[in-house]
Write a protein that binds this ligand. Structure first.
Ligand code: GLU
Length: 320
């Protein structure tokens, strides 16, 4: 087995992004991710993009996307340029797929979920595909398309979580780039979008840490640059579950923006600063940009949601 070091040197320019999936309104967990990526970009005097990741049209709704945009605006976030919407980029994804088919980097697969689950071992993201269709010449039309992955140990240096390694073949397996129902998979869409938008710095939740080695591998297959990565802890509820639509996380309310921003800063381990929870969101954000300390972000994959703030100084570190 060989070890590939897939880290990259810091880029000279900074282009960051926040890429929510409109499967529901923003909750505190999404706010923390948005805030971290915003502060890191602005503290580097970089560009900050907003991308709506609605490639899975079975789970996403346009009204949620509108709600996300309105909420971000009310919270004082200002993005650069046009909002990119994944459901409008299908041609680009299909063009990349055609290139991968021509170069034999992918194969078609007609296995059902059940067939895979029955013969697979568990990996980082559910059952690891056992390679059933890898060497069969199954037609691409109407079937899932998977990327062949090598038995290499791939590592990268995360700015918060440190060195992260994954053995692609045994922990992730040949992964899906296009689903059997014709939808483009997240792993392909995110790699294509980050490259087309020339993203240099990715700041996102640690629930995606296990996807990163796959994304870096796909970047290499496509001869694309690898951004730097910073994965912040995922926010969990009192039952230890990730805040999400499925775990009934409450929507963040524009009327409570300042307090929510202060709690998010506390979650990110940022030092107290002079603004109070009564300050307007824009003031809290500009103060937080000046004082942004990525090194203070807790080096954990998850951490509990902080308690609600009273009318007091904005942030005291809640996580040690
Ligand atoms: N759309 C993903 C989410 O909402 C984030 C993807 C990414 O940042 O790479 O969890």
């Amino acid at each position: 087995m060989t070890e590939a070091n897939t880290g990259s040197s810091p880029a000279e320019t900074y282009i960051g992004r926040f890429a929510p999936s409109p499967t529901g309104p923003l909750h505190f967990g999404s706010l923390v991710t948005c805030l971290a990526s915003y502060l890191d970009a602005r503290a580097h005097r970089g560009t900050w993009l907003l991308r709506i990741e609605d490639v899975d049209i079975t789970r996403c709704k346009p009204e949620y996307a509108d709600d996300i945009v309105a909420t971000l605006t009310a919270f004082g976030f200002m993005w650069d340029g046009e909002i990119r919407v994944q459901s409008r980029q299908t041609m680009q994804y299909e063009a990349v797929l055609r290139h991968l088919i021509e170069s034999h980097a992918v194969f078609a697969c007609r296995c059902s979920r059940k067939e895979i689950a029955d013969s697979a071992v568990d990996g980082v993201d559910g059952p690891v595909y056992p390679g059933t269709c890898r060497n069969q010449s199954i037609p691409f039309a109407g079937n899932a398309i998977r990327l062949r992955v090598p038995a290499t140990r791939n590592c990268f240096d995360d700015r918060v979580q440190g060195k992260v390694c994954q053995e692609l073949a045994s922990e992730a397996g040949d992964f899906v780039l296009k689903r059997r129902d014709g939808l483009i998979a997240y792993q392909l869409a995110v790699v294509v979008d980050d490259a087309e938008q020339e993203v240099t710095h990715i700041v996102r939740g640690a629930d995606l840490l296990d996807s990163t080695a796959r994304q870096i591998y796909l970047q290499q297959v496509l001869d694309l640059p690898t951004p730097t990565y910073l994965h912040i802890p995922v926010v969990t509820n009192s039952d230890g579950q990730k805040l999400s639509k499925q775990t009934l996380a409450a929507a963040i309310a524009p009327a409570d923006a300042s307090r929510a921003l202060c709690r998010a800063l506390a979650f990110l381990g940022q030092a107290p600063h002079p603004a109070t929870t009564n300050a307007p969101p824009a003031e809290i954000l500009s103060n937080a940009i000046t004082h942004w300390q990525p090194d203070a972000v807790p080096k954990q994959r998850s951490a509990p949601e902080p308690a609600t703030f009273g009318d007091s100084q904005c942030t005291s570190k809640l996580i040690t």
